[in-house]
Design a protein around this ligand. Structure first.
Ligand SMILES: Nc1ncnc2c1ncn2[C@@H]1O[C@H](COP(=O)(O)OP(=O)(O)OP(=O)(O)O)[C@@H](O)[C@H]1O
Length: 511
């Protein structure tokens, strides 16, 4: 890659409205070359909207984008890319069956800047950038074979190959393992040191404090202040949500009751014939939280899906209160009182074209109190939906807003509101707080503990060790499809860390 020049980004008075909603209200933001500028804000504050304006995906109603003091007009992402703006998306825009170099080359067809790239130059570019920033990327590897964190580096290289001098990272660590996160932080620092202007959006305060040079906080579409990276988590949280936030979960010791969920020798075979969950056995009693910890991709997703009847090739048994769930349809399992928060809310948890109200009654649209005598109880539904939106603080214009128009965190809150409002006999939540802001995490954690205290057995799957430690009464650690061991909730993090790497420390019994 050529030695890239640097560039200053300035957003002046950006205003973006959706109907009567003002998503961005005269936002000013300056990002200097060689600076990591964190953009913090609660769910729905307007962060993604602002970045979409910058990337030419939305047109601002008012305000200006300036690069090195020159006003820009972006009719679409092509213009933004040509001007030197790069975006690292949370859901990658890569083609899985293509190699790394092919994906980088493809990026160049979307834009005329720098001309087309042939495969040889793309491979060379990947090798050079990879060496320069320590990416450790093989240009000929197939993208689908790469771990998520490495795929993300392909996105970064793609942007760099188009001479991006301003890079936007929108919640880049949501899908990364702790180690991948550390590596990404290191890459961001190196890019910064090479002069890139970086905008970094995250809900994880630790990350902000670790890498940000400056922090701008937005709330309800407006800039509410700047914070110093040396500010405490509590101060940052306070500035984000406008009130003091309880960052630790208070819970009494569990009082486990009868055995409720019993899983015996459960195995799951994936569509490629691989055993992804291997002879797993555990039980969860009423009134306790079993957290399943582990690095993403060690079988947790498939395990939770198997509990819900979503995996076709399963052996072993799952029973709830003495009744076998194995072999039942998903619908029957849900009707048996199983609440489920899936890992991928957009794919499995919501219908994005449906309204908030409709999504809140999904799976229950044929039963009372939503339907009586064959008639949908619209009045009841509206009241129910309004209550839940208030209780779970879903930021939306109204209950008839399509869920697809909500911010990511608010979509997650709709799923949680629906699942936690049912008569539950078991609650299974995968990554329950992914993408939601600190204030809402506090609320969701409280609700999960309350669910436990009402006598429901709870299974929480989380790759966030903080969340596991905060919620768990017992912790099962998964590694390569198996359970390494099941340990008490107060097990030290170092021990959990070892177990997540597949080791079983002395004194921990085999599961
Ligand atoms: N295409 C759209 N149509 C209508 N409203 C929208 C659209 N996109 C975003 N909004 C609204 O604009 C507001 C800001 O949303 P945005 O996605 O920018 O928030 P965010 O700060 O990125 O939140 P999160 O942390 O949850 O990702 C929200 O109220 C959202 O519902």
């Amino acid at each position: 890659m050529e030695e890239s020049e640097t560039m200053k980004l300035e957003l002046r008075g950006i205003t973006k409205r959706f109907g009567t909603l003002v998503a961005n209200d005269h936002i000013d933001l300056t990002v200097e070359p060689g600076e990591i500028h964190a953009l913090l804000g609660e769910n729905g504050a307007g962060k993604s909207t602002l970045m979409n304006v910058l990337y030419g995906l939305y047109q601002a109603d008012e305000g200006e984008i300036l690069l090195d003091d020159v006003v820009q007009h972006f009719a679409g992402p092509g213009d933004a890319m040509n001007a030197g703006i790069g975006m690292v998306h949370q859901h990658f825009m890569l083609i899985p069956v293509f190699t790394v170099a092919e994906n980088v080359m493809l990026g160049h067809e979307e834009t005329t800047f720098g001309g087309r790239l042939d495969l040889q130059s793309a491979r060379r570019h990947v090798r050079e950038t990879s060496e320069r920033f320590g990416f450790d990327l093989d240009p000929d590897a197939l993208v689908e074979d790469l771990p998520v964190g490495v795929q993300q580096r392909v996105e970064i290289i793609k942007a760099l190959s188009r001479q991006a001098k301003v890079l936007v990272f929108d919640e880049p660590t949501a899908v990364l393992t702790p180690q991948e996160t550390d590596e990404l932080m290191q890459i961001m620092r190196q890019l910064r040191d090479a002069g890139t202007a970086i905008v970094f959006i995250t809900h994880k305060l630790r990350e902000v404090r670790e890498v940000a040079d400056r922090i701008t906080v937005i709330r309800l579409g407006r800039v509410v202040g700047e914070a110093s990276p040396t500010a405490s988590n509590a101060d940052l949280a306070n500035l984000m949500v406008g009130r003091a936030v309880e960052l630790t979960v208070h819970k009494d010791p569990a009082r486990p009751g009868d055995r409720a969920l019993v899983v015996e020798n459960l195995s799951v075979i994936d569509p490629h014939g691989q055993i992804v969950v291997n002879e797993v056995s555990f039980e969860v009693r009423r009134g306790e939280i079993l957290a399943i910890a582990g690095v993403q991709g060690n079988g947790q997703t498939e395990l939770t899906e198997a509990l819900l009847g979503l995996q076709p090739r399963v052996t072993g048994t799952v029973s709830l209160d003495g009744v076998a769930l194995t072999g039942m349809s998903v619908r029957r399992i849900l009707n048996a009182g199983v609440g489920f928060v899936p890992e991928d809310r957009q794919e499995d948890g919501l219908v994005s074209e449906f309204t908030i109200a409709e999504n809140l009654m999904l799976d229950r649209s044929d039963s009372p109190p939503f339907v009586k005598g064959g008639n949908l109880q619209l009045g009841y539904l509206a009241e129910f939906a309004r209550d839940k939106v208030k209780e779970f603080d879903v930021r939306a214009q109204g209950i008839t807003t399509a869920v697809g128009r909500l911010s990511g965190g608010n979509q997650q809150k709709v799923v949680l509101a629906r699942e936690l409002s049912r008569e539950l006999r078991l609650f299974v939540a995968a990554q329950p707080t992914r993408g939601i802001d600190v204030g809402s995490i506090e609320f969701v954690h409280k609700r999960i503990v309350e669910t436990r205290d009402s006598g429901v057995p709870v299974v929480v799957v989380s790759t966030e060790l903080d969340e596991v430690v905060a919620l768990a009464d017992r912790i099962a650690v998964m590694y390569r499809g198996g359970i390494v061991g099941i340990v008490p909730g107060d097990t030290p993090r170092e021990v959990l860390g070892l177990m997540m790497a597949g080791e079983r420390p002395e004194g921990v019994a085999a599961a």
